[in-house]
Ligand binder design. Sequence first.
Ligand SMILES: Nc1cc(-c2ccc3ccn(Cc4ccc(CN5CCCCC5)cc4)c3c2)n[nH]1
Length: 262
Amino acid sequence: MKIDIVSIFPTFFDVLDISLLGKARQNGVINLDVHDLRDFTFDRHRTVDDTPYGGGAGMVMKPEPWGLALDEILGITEGQAQDDQAKKPADQDAPAQTDADAATTAADGSIPPLVIFPSPAGDVFNQAMAKELAHEDHLVFGCGRYEGIDQRVFDYAEQHARVRLVSLGDYVLNGGEVATMAMIEAIGRLIPGVVGNPESLTEESHEDGLLEYPSYTKPSTWRGQEVPPVLLSGNHGAIEKWRYEQRVERTRRVRPDLLPPE
Ligand SMILES: Nc1cc(-c2ccc3ccn(Cc4ccc(CN5CCCCC5)cc4)c3c2)n[nH]1
């Protein structure tokens, strides 16, 4: 899988050089590039933001640097970009483009990249979305900052690729980098060859809708607390039954919303 990240804090992603994802990059399972949005500015101060039209607090990210960054990453030629200028501006009342509409197949028949913009206004990320995105060939993460990105960047991106706004959850972060990191970790670990033992990806929380069972390891007695005897019994059927019951009980207690309707 090819992953591109655009951010004004590229060093934020240095942590992706270590651990499982670092190994996956070294052995070519994941090809990840981080782009500094300021490399697509040309003024002395490398400006990426400006005041919002219509007033309001804070600053908005300018469209020009984003347009150049997306052109480079998506392989949009100047001619194609000029064509867009000829197109009428996106009609705010027009029905939002679906992936099918926007997924114009590239000339070589490949499916265009999926551009993900973390946003408080996006679809909430979950394990089902992680599994779906793990099948993509090329993901591009656009990390906004300040009060967000000029809307025309999303509209422009939709003319050349599939675009999704994705929320990490119902809380407001300061930018898209933390959300991008979380999504890359959740998606990356599902890509074959990234996690050593694929069996460890089953029976996880959210994998099949139930939370995970409690885990134990040596010593069998610790500070007066015992490991549940069934786990020391060697009776694999009884262990499997106990673990399933623990998953249902924990889900009922902590996340009853995940339980299938009775
Ligand atoms: N799940 C999740 C994802 C994010 C996320 C993702 C990307 C960015 C880029 C910037 N921010 C900070 C931010 C975003 C929105 C507001 C509200 N503001 C109201 C007035 C009109 C403009 C918008 C304030 C600050 C981001 C936050 N937070 N939480």
